[in-house]
Design a protein around this ligand. Structure first.
Ligand code: PLP
Length: 445
């Protein structure tokens, strides 16, 4: 089963209200079968503020899932910037607009000096789609390595590089899979960097033996859908060297960890001290306004962009850029990177305490406000507690805490709140988890 299906609404819940049932029925009639809903009793949200959400019946929720409204739902500075720009002008990138250039310079200032070009799109999928084409044009190769449960987008090219979509979606013929750098279950945590680099060389050699020329490694730098793997810091250094030695490029997919979430650095790759060749970003970039980007070394991007004109009707429009600029300003002015570091560490410390009372918790890991809570039925064997993890997610939902599962076995809770999440919110998460885990343990589902 895919991660999307693991997290999807399953079966009917008798407690579904008439209001929710009515929207569900009309929705499935007009939107069709491709869409999924979270939870047995789906949530009908009508309002959000900071890290909180409210449903139509007035119940309050704590958002532990959304890294898109990263600086907080309804942040007043983002709202004001968007409203003002929308009332002034909204066009496309074939006219000059100072704010787009100012933003590009500002954003590139957060990157290593060698990454000095920025293209703007609307979604993470579009950014990764162009990134794969750039990697292929620059290297002359075709083969891209991705991690075994990764998700990189919904276009034809990126779907083919998204094994998380499951068996119904064929992999691109030139794509090859590598395990995530999982120091809990797969690799020796004390030798993770070296073992992972050796594994990459093995995958590249097998690809070459299949007659495919290697083009690069496309990696979510916190391996979110693979189950959240952030440590040890520096682990990506040796694998980046292997990719480069084999003539490939490194594409850091920052759609999940980017924009200060990991606390240690502004970008997920920064934590590992590596310099990618291409960086893609999206989700939190506009706090919910669709904007994404691809940053790259001029030489790498040039192999594609010097030959191919690029136009994207909505990409980089002044309204999206106003949102994105406001997000950058808020991250700096509210010191959100440091807040993510401090509050995220406090959350993990509280969860580690909780693990003393709940055998089901096998591992607590992550960085900043990106936490993976791995549930196991047997600590010594590390047996994944996949079906139980979904029950815990449902139990949390009924206690107002919204989140989902990740990883191959669907046994890793992904805790990834807006950065507005504060130290005072920790008790709500921990108490809800305490009760939901106790229910599962005692069989009172
Ligand atoms: C790591 C990663 N890359 C790319 C994407 C695709 O982004 P979008 O949904 O904006 O197209 C996602 C979406 O979940 C993602 O998690």
């Amino acid at each position: 089963m895919t991660i999307m299906d693991m997290n999807a609404h399953r079966g009917a819940d008798e407690s579904i209200s008439d209001d929710v049932r009515e929207i569900m029925e009309r929705r499935s009639r007009v939107l069709g079968q491709g869409y999924r809903l979270f939870y047995r009793e789906p949530v009908h949200l009508v309002r959000g503020q900071g890290a909180y959400l409210w449903d139509a019946a007035g119940h309050q929720y704590l958002d532990m899932y959304n890294n898109v409204p990263s600086v907080g739902h309804g942040h007043p500075r983002v709202v004001a910037a968007v409203a003002e720009q929308m009332a002034t002008l909204n066009t496309h990138t074939r006219y000059l607009h100072r704010a787009v250039v100012d933003y590009a310079e500002d954003l590139l200032g957060t990157m290593p000096e060698s990454i000095d070009r920025l293209m703007l799109m609307c979604s993470g999928s579009e950014a990764n789609d162009v990134a794969i084409r750039v990697a292929r044009a620059y290297t002359g190769g075709e083969g891209i390595v991705v991690t075994s449960e990764s998700y990189h987008g919904n276009t034809a090219l990126t779907s083919g590089h998204s094994p998380a979509l499951g068996a119904a979606q064929p992999l691109d013929p030139a794509a090859r899979l590598i395990a995530p750098p999982d120091g809990y279950r797969i690799f020796d945590p004390t030798r993770l960097g070296a073992e992972y680099a050796a594994e990459m060389q093995r995958v590249i050699d097998a690809m070459t033996a299949d007659g495919i020329r290697f083009a690069g490694f496309l990696a979510d730098t916190i391996f979110s859908s693979d189950g959240v793997f952030a440590h040890p810091v520096g682990l990506l250094g040796p694998v980046v060297d292997v990719v480069h030695r084999n003539g490939g490029v490194v594409i850091a997919d920052e759609v999940q960890p980017g924009f200060a979430r990991t606390g240690v650095s502004f970008w997920g790759f920064g934590m590992h001290g590596v310099e990618p060749d291409i960086v893609t970003m999206g989700k939190p970039m506009g706090n919910g306004i669709p904007i994404s980007g691809l940053a790259a070394k001029a030489e790498v991007l040039g192999a594609y962009a010097d030959r191919m004109p690029y136009f994207n009707t909505f990409g980089g429009n002044p309204v999206s850029v106003a949102a994105a600029q406001a997000v950058l300003d808020v991250i700096r002015d509210e010191d959100l990177q440091r807040k993510a570091l401090v509050v995220g560490a406090a959350l993990r410390s509280a969860l580690t305490d909780l693990a003393k009372r709940h055998e089901l918790i096998g591992d607590v890991r992550g960085s900043g406000q990106f936490t993976g809570l791995e549930l196991v039925t047997d600590r010594s064997r590390r047996t994944p507690a996949g079906p139980l993890a979904i029950e815990v997610v449902e139990g949390l939902r009924h206690r107002g805490v919204l989140t989902s599962v990740a990883g191959r076995d669907g046994n890793i809770l992904k805790l990834r709140p807006p950065l507005a999440f504060a130290e005072d919110d920790i008790a709500w998460v921990v108490d809800a988890l305490d009760a939901a885990l106790a229910d599962v343990r005692d069989g009172q589902l």
